[in-house]
Design a protein around this ligand. Structure first.
Ligand code: NAD
Length: 352
């Protein structure tokens, strides 16, 4: 039995679906179901007896402690977070609450549970914390990619809150011996990503014939990884990672934002031609995000060498799969884009 926090979100739901498909182990999903959490993501495994769902806020320490006592997990994979940088700029409070205080409550509950386990189970228990490359800050064009020893320099309230949670996880290993693992991954894309993030937002706007808003000059660089490759990396770390260690995860796919959007437009031109023009005609440059990091890039040498992990998808294959999924699942997008989503998008892009 493992716990998966945030298992109804983008990466968490991909992790749960993928894991249930190949590993015969029960999972308890712990999720508050914020705007980003959606039980529909898990609909295909809803009746699987190995899946249990707990509608719980990770900040509720007593409820989390009770879940540990009730289910006795051998590991916890911690995805739950507020995850959207733009939202963190408009309202950082919730990011501090969930990402910092919530991770603290989980660590406390895990520490108590773990410290009372028999010796053999204490040795094999794992607390795997899923984090981001954004904690390392921004790279210049000629800087070497982020490694596990790069100094932390978070620039947004989101990345600062994730950095704080990474430090807490590190401290719980060093101070109490809790067998923790941390992964810092680059930008993910794929099915079930909430349509406020770059790739699903662009696909959806293109299909709706709306402007494709590109921040600033469009030359910010991100290192993209297909979500299932990230999920497979997490599984490798869970099974074979060394407690206390950090693993950077990335696909060596550094791409400028404008190039991502142009590739998407090209695939859509091919798969769903647009009446009256090409999708790239919809590209619109908008005012840059405050403090927008210029470049992220991950050096994944450690996880490749020590755990023999490699991504299965290239950006070209992964992005085609992703566009195809969004074309086939327009109903999913419509359902998650409820009133609160529209209000947020209007606030974000309305006046530009
Ligand atoms: P997401 O926003 O799609 O999903 C977050 C999930 O956490 C949702 O299901 C939400 O309901 C749940 N949640 C939020 N607050 C909660 C709380 N207080 N208690 C319980 N559940 C709560 O996020 P994502 O993109 O799937 O990211 C998952 C994790 O991976 C995050 O920790 C994020 O920092 C990290 N990460 C994401 C990326 C990326 O590109 N998306 C890259 C690297 C790391």
């Amino acid at each position: 039995m493992i716990f998966v926090t945030g298992g109804a979100g983008f990466i968490g739901s991909n992790f749960v679906l993928n894991r249930l498909a190949h590993a015969d182990e029960a999972i308890v999903v712990i999720d508050k179901l914020t705007y980003a959490g959606n039980r529909e993501n898990l609909a295909s495994v809803e009746h699987d007896p190995r899946l249990h769902f707990s509608h719980t806020d990770i900040c509720d320490g007593a409820a989390i402690a009770a879940l540990f006592v009730a289910h006795k997990p051998r590991a916890i994979v911690h995805f739950a977070a507020e995850s959207h940088v733009d939202r963190s700029i408009l309202g950082p409070g919730e990011f501090i609450r969930t990402n910092v205080n919530g991770t603290f409550e989980l660590l406390e509950a895990a520490r108590k549970y773990w410290s009372e386990l028999p010796e053999a189970e204490r040795a094999t228990f794992r607390f795997l914390h899923v984090s981001t490359d954004e904690v390392y800050g921004s790279l210049g064009a000629d800087d070497a990619p982020f490694s596990e020893t790069t100094a932390y320099a978070p620039n947004s309230p989101y990345s600062a809150s994730k950095a704080a949670s990474d430090h807490l996880v590190r401290a719980y290993h060093h101070t109490y011996g809790l067998p923790t693992l941390t992964t810092n991954c680059s930008n993910n894309y794929g099915p079930y990503q909430f349509p406020e993030k770059l790739i699903p937002l662009m696909i959806q706007n293109a299909l709706d014939g709306k402007p494709l808003p590109v921040y600033g000059d469009g030359l910010n660089v991100r290192d993209w990884l297909y979500v299932l490759d990230h999920c497979r990396a997490i599984e490798r770390v869970l099974e074979a990672g060394t407690p206390g260690e950090v693993y950077n995860v990335g696909g060596k796919n550094e791409i400028r934002n404008i190039d991502v959007v142009t590739v998407l437009c090209g695939i859509l031109d091919e798969l769903r031609p647009r009446a009256g023009g090409r999708y790239s005609d919809l590209i619109t440059y908008v005012k840059d995000r405050p403090g927008h990091d210029r470049r992220y890039a991950i050096d994944p040498t450690k996880i490749e060498r020590e755990l023999d992990w490699r991504p299965a998808e290239t950006f070209e294959t992964g992005i085609r799969r992703t566009v195809a999924w969004y074309l086939e699942n327009r109903g999913w997008v419509d359902r998650v884009r409820d009133g609160s989503y529209r209000e947020w998008i209007d606030r974000q892009y309305g006046e530009r």
